[in-house]
Design a protein around this ligand. Structure first.
Ligand code: ARG
Length: 458
């Protein structure tokens, strides 16, 4: 038992099945790099406290750096028989630095160590996720610019509603992703706190210079309560929530794309790079990758609920249950960065079928709201206008005729105003009738494109 980080008081080894059950090395080896950096900072501190000499510190730091190099070259053997990353690291370092390694854990608990390295990992993960969100936004913006003037059908309840610019639809997701990016940035500030110096729960008996370690490890601030530091995992839950919301946005976008690509709609096409075939039906070209984006939020949600359930009712400070926090953290991280990359490729391989969009936009129902609002502008009450336009479509439908084929006098009679109907049955004119900022009017969408260019290119 001596080789364990905690073996002294035990006569017998842990049952092998039980040991396997308690291990976390299968997933926490992911923290190797951060374990190394934090140990370098700790060695410097032990030297400052005169618990090791300067030459011992030098030797240890050199060995840790060699170990890191081995790891980056894929030469550090991750031994999955070890208990966790901290035990593995200790073992590997011992091979390089010998007995000197026995001094390295002085004044430090794994309870504070594990949250320190997780916070370090998460800071990098947050920056990486934010960068990938930005790349996705850029590819969306590019598409919005390519199809800047193209009008597509807009839906509510999946029923024909009003025409909108394709760019307006695309930028709605750029806008949502911007909030997701802001959430990741906000989360960063709450992750960027140093736990080291918290000990197992009550602090350290050594006069640790936390300010120096904070600077060494590039943390923005120092944890102000040792019990809170070893106890809480809110910073992970917050990250899982950021990913959840991000993937929720992409899921809804994916659903739009799948619908718009389906034969009944057909105004979005996908390139071969993002579609798959059927083993039975030779004609098939399915948007499988987009469907998997749609569902990835299910995985993100299970990570979120998993950790919530682990934390619920858990006594404060460290309990071994907390070891499981890494599973949802890594799962959600890997999932999210993958989906972001794939979504970027999907967007670059997505094309607007303008001909099909204008065919759908021939449906007169898209323009009836414009006609109703024109009547209001001409003095009718909302109720009168709404009812009269309702009567017009009812009349046309029951006579199996298009409105623009009806006799002018019939239209005038129903609407009680002389409206030039054909002026209204036009997609381009319809979008430009919108007068509010934030609307689908080409003028405002053009300004939005410029705004996003400025933001995303800075
Ligand atoms: N593998 C453990 C974890 O991930 C490290 C901390 C162990 N601490 C303890 N007191 N058993 O949480």
């Amino acid at each position: 038992m001596k080789e364990k980080l905690w073996g002294g008081r035990f006569k017998e080894a842990l049952d092998s099945l039980v040991f396997d059950f308690t291990k976390s090395i299968e997933y926490d080896w992911f923290l190797f790099e951060y374990e190394a950096y934090s140990n370098i900072a700790w060695v410097e501190e032990l030297n400052r406290l005169k618990l090791i000499t300067s030459s011992e510190a030098k030797k240890l730091v050199k060995s840790i750096k060699e170990l890191l190099e081995d790891y980056f070259k894929g030469k550090a053997k991750i031994d999955f028989k070890e208990e966790d990353i901290h035990s593995l690291f200790y073992k590997l370092l011992r091979k390089k630095a010998g007995d000197l390694t026995d001094k390295i854990h002085a004044g430090k608990s794994r309870n504070e160590q594990v949250v320190t390295v997780m916070r370090m990992f998460l800071k990098d993960a947050l920056l990486e996720t934010g960068e990938l969100v930005k790349n996705l936004q850029k590819s969306m913006l590019k598409k919005a610019m390519i199809y800047a003037g193209v009008v597509i059908p807009g839906f509510t309840h999946l029923q024909y509603a009003q025409p909108v610019l394709f760019a307006h639809w695309m930028l709605s997701f750029v806008t949502q992703l911007e909030r997701d990016k802001q959430r990741l940035n906000d989360c960063f500030t709450r992750v960027d706190i140093l736990p080291l110096g918290s000990g197992a729960l009550s602090g350290s008996n050594f006069n640790i210079d936390r300010e120096r370690i904070k600077q060494d490890l590039s943390f923005a601030s120092i944890g102000s309560n040792s019990m809170d530091m070893v106890s809480d995992r809110d910073f992970i839950l917050e990250y899982l929530n950021c990913n959840l919301m991000l993937l929720l946005h992409l899921s809804r976008m994916a659903e739009d794309l799948i619908i718009y690509n389906s034969p009944g709609y057909g105004f979005i096409d996908f390139g071969d790079k993002v579609t798959t075939g059927s083993s039975l039906m030779p004609h098939k070209k399915n948007p499988d990758p987009v469907e998997l984006i749609r569902s990835s939020v299910a995985e993100a949600l299970s990570s979120y609920t998993f950790l919530t359930n682990v934390l619920k009712g858990l006594p404060t400070t460290y309990n071994r249950d907390l070891q499981l926090d890494k599973k949802p953290l890594f799962a959600s991280y890997l999932l999210t960065i993958r989906v972001l990359d794939v979504a970027r490729i999907v967007i670059s391989q997505m094309f607007v079928n303008k001909k099909r969009a204008s065919e759908l936009l021939c449906d007169e129902r898209f323009y009836l709201t414009d006609i109703s609002e024109e009547l209001i502008k001409q003095g009718l009450s909302w109720k009168e206008a709404h009812t009269k336009v309702g009567e017009l479509i009812k009349y046309a439908e029951s006579n199996h005729q298009a409105i623009n084929k009806l006799d002018k006098s019939v239209i005038k009679n129903i609407l009680s105003r002389d409206i030039k109907i054909n002026e209204y049955l036009n997609a381009d004119k319809s979008v430009n009738r919108k007068l509010t900022t934030g609307s689908t009017n080409k003028k405002y969408v053009g300004r939005e494109i410029k705004k996003w260019q400025r933001i995303l290119e800075s």
